[in-house]
Design a protein around this ligand. Structure first.
Ligand SMILES: *Cc1c(COP(=O)(O)O)cnc(C)c1O
Length: 394
């Protein structure tokens, strides 16, 4: 769905509140209602034929092209993504990744993928893309000189900043400009920062995707993904999404739109709490390292402050223990953190991690026990006290 665009002069917090709320979609209520629709009825057969030829965004046609609930969410996402012409919705973040890959790559192409990309993205490269005849090379995104050599002849580059599990930052504008000079398309997974924290298209990326299951949903009760781009790549994303029959349910789209309205305040609160917890963890004798670009001591902090306008509550820490079971013991001892996948919800989560299982050329934690935390909306001092009693058992 391509964006209305009248609000582009407004600041992000204001656009979050206003995005997609066209009167013709909302009627007299505040948020767009749930339009459950497969068949769209036409007054005349001439109208049906015109709709088929028109093929435009925001036109009734058939349920697979959505209805106002999905259009409103997609338009709101476009309005908060600087440089985007339009946004396509997918039933999960991984489906969005697949939609982006299939819109860009064809048999015989070579893909460069950041080694700290999300594990299922790596699996897609090693599985689906390999079967389709696309070869992937994994690279360390901090090694600019090797990238200059590797990018020659590559069709596309997949970035994620900061990386999954270990949160290394990379110089996205520099990597994207080197890729562009070489004729390669830059795609980025921006789930961690969201457009509120990092304007990926304005920093040189061609296509930006995120899992809406995380910050946009924000309440751990829905799965969805999105991809946004300028006109050329938006058109390609939309075509492939239609070819694959990708559609999201209007009920989930309404939930995601509702989550979007409060995403700004949630992210600000979670970022502040995460920084407080991360700083406290840094000073604990049981903690060897905290992997969090919000921290001034982090090697990626300079890039984060230069390019990003916000963060989130997700980071990891490495225990100063050589017992591989230590991370599981800490997770089991926590009372306020659930153990589970996903993140970005209102409730805090802890997850023992082994990033080296998902790396080809980066170090991970070198086998040391580590945990990833997703800081929710609880009081940070309660979370710190809970971590304190759990760490005391290591
Ligand atoms: C969770 C996640 C995804 C996948 O999203 P789903 O909605 O769970 O399919 C993609 N990228 C990153 C960085 C994630 O953390």
């Amino acid at each position: 769905m391509s964006g209305g665009g009248d609000d582009k002069h407004l600041r992000p917090a204001t656009r979050l509140v206003r995005g997609g709320r066209r009167p013709e979609w909302t009627g007299p209520v505040v948020n767009p209602p749930v339009w459950r629709a497969s068949t769209h009825l036409y007054a005349t057969d001439a109208e049906r034929q015109a709709a088929g030829h028109n093929n435009a965004d925001g036109q009734f046609f058939y349920g697979r092209r959505g209805a106002p609930t999905q259009w409103a969410l997609a338009e709101a996402l476009t309005e908060i993504e600087p440089g985007a012409h339009g946004t396509v919705l997918y039933p999960s973040g991984v489906a969005a990744i697949a939609g982006v890959m299939l819109a860009v790559l064809k048999p015989g192409d070579r893909l460069l993928m950041s080694d700290n990309a999300y594990d299922p993205t790596r699996n897609m490269a090693n599985g689906l893309l390999t079967r389709l005849g696309v070869a992937t090379t994994f690279f360390d995104p901090r090694d600019i000189e090797s990238f200059r050599t590797a990018v020659a002849g590559a069709k596309a580059v997949w970035l994620e900043a900061p990386g999954s599990l270990t949160f290394e930052m990379c110089d996205v504008p520099l990597l994207a400009s080197i890729a562009r000079e070489s004729g390669a398309v830059t795609m980025i997974d921006n789930t961690w920062a969201s457009p509120l924290g990092f304007a990926a298209l304005e920093h040189g990326c061609d296509i930006v995707m995120m899992s809406l299951s995380k910050h946009v949903g924000g309440h751990s009760d829905l799965m969805m993904g999105s991809a946004s781009a300028g006109k050329r790549w938006y058109t390609a994303l939309r075509r492939v999404s239609h070819e694959l029959g990708q559609v999201v349910s209007p009920d989930d789209a309404a939930l995601a739109a509702r989550g979007l309205r409060t995403m700004g305040v949630r992210l600000a609160a979670q970022t502040a709490a995460a920084l407080k917890v991360a700083e406290w963890l840094e000073s604990q004798p049981q903690v060897a390292r905290v992997l969090c670009p919000l921290l001034p001591s982090d090697p990626g902090h300079g890039l984060w402050t230069r390019d990003f306008t916000g963060g989130c509550g997700l980071f990891s820490f490495v225990l100063a223990s050589d017992d591989p079971q230590a991370s599981a013991r800490v997770a089991d001892a926590l009372a306020l953190f659930g153990i589970g996948y996903s993140w970005g919800g209102f409730e805090s989560l802890a997850l023992p991690i082994r990033p080296e299982d998902y790396r080809s050329c980066m170090a991970g934690t070198g086998g040391a026990p580590a945990l990833r935390l997703s800081i929710g909306l609880e009081d940070a001092d309660d979370l710190i006290a809970d971590l304190g009693q759990a760490l005391a058992r290591v």
